[in-house]
Design a protein around this ligand. Structure first.
Ligand code: ATP
Ligand code: MG
Length: 611
C-alpha cells in the first residue's frame, strides 16, 4: 500500500489555530510585556526623531521662536522672549537627537530580545510536545504516513511557526505603535490634512486580505512539497544499495528534482504574491502622500505652518509608508504561520494509542495467554487478516506458529503486545483481558524480538540495556550476551561492548544483529517471550547454539516462536499451523507428523528443498 506523504487537511478556523498557538505563548507573558515596552519606547522615539526635524529647520536664522511651530511652542517657552537662540539650539538639538537615537536602540534591543525569547520558548515547547506525541501514536498512524513527513514537521514546520510568530508580533507591536505615534503627531499638527490619508485605508485593507488568503494556501503547498523532499531523500539514502544495483539513480534523481522543483515553484508564487502586494501598497501610500502634499501646498495651508513644521509633517507622512507596508505584510505572515501550526496541531489531534485500563495483573504474572475468537483486519472494511483465532497457552509453554508467508503470524503476536486492536474477540494474559490493564504494564510482561530488528546509534552495551533495562546490573547484561551467543563477535569489535554501532548498526551482519536483539530480550527477563523469525539469519551452527540457550530460557516462561525453519521448533509444546489468518492444525511435532496434514506437507517440502 502506498503511504501518503500527507494526511488530508481538515479545514480549520484560522483564528482558532492562532488562539491555540497563543496559548503556548501565554506562560511567557512577563517577557512579552517587557518586549511590548521595548517596542513602545522604540516607536515613540522614532516619532520623536521626525518631530525634532522641525526644531532643526526652524533654528536657522534667529533661533527657535515660540510662534506657529508645533514643538517650539513648548520648547521655546523656557527662553527669554520665547526664543531659543541659535547657539543654544546648535548643541541642544543634536544632543536631544543623540539621546533619542540611543533610547530607540535600547527599545529595539529589549523588544526584539523579549520577543525572540518568547518565540524560541514556544518553539521548544511545540517541538518537544510534537516529538512526545509522535512517540505515542498508534501503529496504524505509522502504517499510513511516512516517517519523513513527520520529520519534516518537527524540523521545518515548527521553525516556520516561530518565524511567523516572531516576525508578525514584532511588526504588529513595533509598526502599530510607530504608525499610531506618527498618526497622532500628524493629527495634532494638522488634523484636516491628515484625514486625506484615511481615504486609502479600505484599498490597502482589501489588498492585505486577498494576499493573506493566498499566502495560507501557498504555505500549505510549500510544507507538503518540503515533506516530499524529505521523504524522497530518506528513501534514497536508506535504500542506496537497491538504488545502485537496479540502476535507480536516474529515477530517484528525477523524483527528487520534481519534489524540489515543486517546492521552488510554490515558493516563487509566494514571492510574487508578497512583492506584488508590497509594491501595490507602496504605490498606494505614495499616492496618499502625494495627495497630502497637494493639499498641504494649497494657499492658506502653507502659511499656517512654519517651514520646519511643514517639513517634519511631510516627513512624518512619508515615514508612515514603512510601518503601514510592514503591517500589511503581517496578515500574510500570520497566515503562513497558521498553515504551519495547522499541520502540527493536526498531528496533536491524531488520537494517541489507547492507554489501556486500570486493572492490575496478578503479581507475579505467570504468563498464561488465551486468544478468544480473535478476528482482525488492518483497515476498516479491508480483508480479514485473522479469523476466529482461539487457543489457550499454559504458563511456561512454548508455542510455535508456522505457516506460509503472509498467513498472519506476525500480526497475531503484534496483537498480543497491543500494537493493534482486535476487530473481534479478545486476548487474556493470566486471565485478564489485555485491554483492561495499562498498556505499559502489559508490555513489561513481554520480551519481543521482532522480524524487523531495530538497533540504535549507540554502544553495544546501551543497545542491549536499552530503555528501562538501563539500570540492570552489568553481570546480567554479560549473562544475556552469553546466552544470546553474542560474546565472540562483540569481543572482536574495536571497543567491545563500548563500540558505537552507527545508524541502525549497519556494521553488523544480520545474524549478529539478531543476536543483539535476542540478548536485549533475554535481559528483559519477562514472563512472555516472543521470537518472530529470531534465528532466521543464523547459520546452522549458531542456530544450534542459540537453540540450546533458548531452550534454557524458555523453560520458565511462555514463549511464542515463529520460524520458517521447522527444525527449530520441533521441541515446542504445541505447534499451530496457520493459513490465511486461520489456525488449521494444532498439536505436537509427532502428532502433526502422524496426522499427515499441512504440517507434514510443509516439513516434507522443506526437507526435499534442503536435500
Ligand atoms: N501494517 C499492515 N497494514 C496492512 N496490512 C498488513 C500490515 N502488515 C501486514 N499486513 C498484511 O497482513 C497479512 C499478514 O501479514 P503478517 O505479517 O502477519 O504475515 P506473516 O505470517 O508474519 O508472514 P511472514 O512469514 O512473511 O512474516 C499479509 O497479507 C500482509 O499483507
Ligand atoms: Mg511475519
Amino acid at each position: 500500500m502506498e503511504k501518503s506523504s500527507q494526511p488530508p487537511l481538515k479545514p480549520q478556523q484560522g483564528a482558532q489555530t492562532y488562539r491555540r498557538l497563543l496559548s503556548y505563548a501565554i506562560p511567557q507573558w512577563p517577557l512579552f510585556v517587557i518586549a511590548v515596552f521595548g517596542f513602545m519606547l522604540f516607536s515613540s522615539m522614532e516619532v520623536m526623531l521626525i518631530a525634532v526635524t522641525e526644531l532643526l529647520l526652524d533654528a536657522v536664522g534667529v533661533g527657535i521662536e515660540q510662534g506657529r511651530g508645533f514643538l517650539s511652542q513648548y520648547v521655546a517657552r523656557f527662553f527669554p522672549g520665547g526664543i531659543m537662540p541659535q547657539e543654544t539650539a546648535r548643541w541642544l538639538v543634536p544632543l536631544v537627537m543623540v539621546i533619542i537615537i540611543g533610547l530607540r536602540a535600547v527599545g529595539n534591543f529589549v523588544g526584539s530580545y523579549g520577543l525572540a525569547y518568547v518565540a524560541r520558548a514556544v518553539i521548544h515547547q511545540l517541538r518537544t510536545e510534537l516529538f512526545e506525541h509522535i512517540g505515542q501514536l498508534p501503529s496504524a498512524y505509522f502504517d499510513r504516513y511516512t516517517g519523513a513527513y513527520l520529520i519534516s514537521k518537527v524540523a521545518y514546520n515548527v521553525e516556520q511557526v516561530t518565524n511567523s510568530i516572531t516576525k508578525s508580533l514584532k511588526v504588529i507591536i513595533r509598526s502599530s505603535f510607530t504608525s499610531i505615534g506618527l498618526l497622532t503627531y500628524l493629527l495634532m499638527v494638522n488634523w484636516k490634512l491628515t484625514l486625506t490619508f484615511f481615504l486609502f485605508v479600505p484599498i490597502i485593507a482589501a489588498i492585505v486580505s486577498v494576499v493573506g488568503k493566498r499566502f495560507r494556501k501557498l504555505s500549505h503547498r510549500i510544507q507538503n512539497t518540503m515533506g516530499d523532499v524529505t521523504h524522497v531523500t530518506q528513501e534514497a539514502i536508506n535504500g542506496y544499495e537497491v538504488v545502485r544495483m537496479y540502476g535507480g539513480r536516474k529515477y530517484e534523481n528525477a523524483r527528487f528534482q520534481a519534489a524540489s522543483n515543486a517546492n521552488r515553484q510554490q515558493f516563487m508564487k509566494l514571492v510574487v504574491a508578497d512583492n506584488a502586494s508590497v509594491s501595490v501598497i507602496q504605490i498606494m501610500v505614495g499616492l496618499a502622500t502625494a495627495v497630502l502634499v497637494w493639499f498641504a501646498l494649497a494657499p492658506g495651508m502653507v502659511e499656517s505652518m512654519t517651514p520646519g513644521v511643514f517639513a517634519s509633517y511631510i516627513g512624518a507622512a512619508a515615514s508612515l509608508a514603512k510601518p503601514i507596508r510592514n503591517l500589511s505584510e503581517v496578515y500574510a505572515e500570520i497566515q503562513k504561520g497558521i498553515a504551519a501550526a495547522e499541520s502540527i496541531f493536526e498531528v496533536f489531534d491524531a488520537p494517541k494509542e489507547p492507554l489501556g485500563g486500570t486493572l492490575r495483573l496478578p503479581s507475579p504474572v505467570t504468563g498464561a495467554v488465551a486468544f478468544e475468537h480473535l478476528g482482525f483486519c488492518y483497515n476498516e472494511g479491508g480483508p480479514a487478516v485473522l479469523s476466529d483465532i482461539d487457543f489457550h497457552v499454559q504458563a511456561g509453554q512454548t508455542v510455535a506458529l508456522v505457516g506460509a508467508s503472509g498467513s498472519g503470524k506476525s500480526t497475531l503476536v503484534s496483537l498480543l503486545s497491543r500494537f493493534y486492536e482486535p476487530t473481534s474477540g479478545r486476548i487474556l494474559l493470566d486471565g485478564v483481558d489485555i485491554t483492561q490493564v495499562p498498556v505499559t504494564t502489559l508490555r513489561e510482561q513481554i520480551s519481543l524480538v521482532s522480524q524487523n530488528i531495530v538497533l540504535f546509534n549507540d554502544t553495544v552495551y546501551r543497545n542491549i540495556a536499552y530503555g528501562e533495562l538501563e539500570g540492570k546490573p552489568e553481570e546480567e547484561v554479560q549473562r544475556a550476551i552469553d546466552l544470546a551467543h553474542a560474546r565472540d563477535f562483540i569481543e572482536e569489535l574495536p571497543q567491545g561492548v563500548q563500540t558505537v554501532l552507527g545508524d541502525n548498526a549497519q556494521i553488523l551482519s544480520g545474524g549478529q544483529r539478531q543476536r543483539l536483539a535476542i540478548a536485549r530480550a533475554l535481559l528483559k527477563d519477562s514472563p512472555v517471550l516472543v521470537l518472530d523469525e529470531a534465528t532466521s539469519a543464523l547459520d546452522n551452527a549458531s542456530e544450534r547454539h542459540i537453540q540450546a540457550a533458548l531452550a534454557e530460557v524458555m523453560k520458565n516462561r511462555t514463549t511464542f516462536v515463529i520460524a520458517h525453519r521447522l527444525s527449530t521448533i520441533e521441541n515446542a509444546d504445541r505447534i499451530l499451523v496457520m493459513d490465511q489468518g486461520r489456525i488449521v492444525e494444532s498439536g505436537t511435532h509427532s502428532e502433526l507428523l502422524a496426522k499427515g496434514g499441512r504440517y507434514a506437507l510443509l516439513l516434507q517440502q522443506q526437507t526435499s528443498d534442503i536435500g
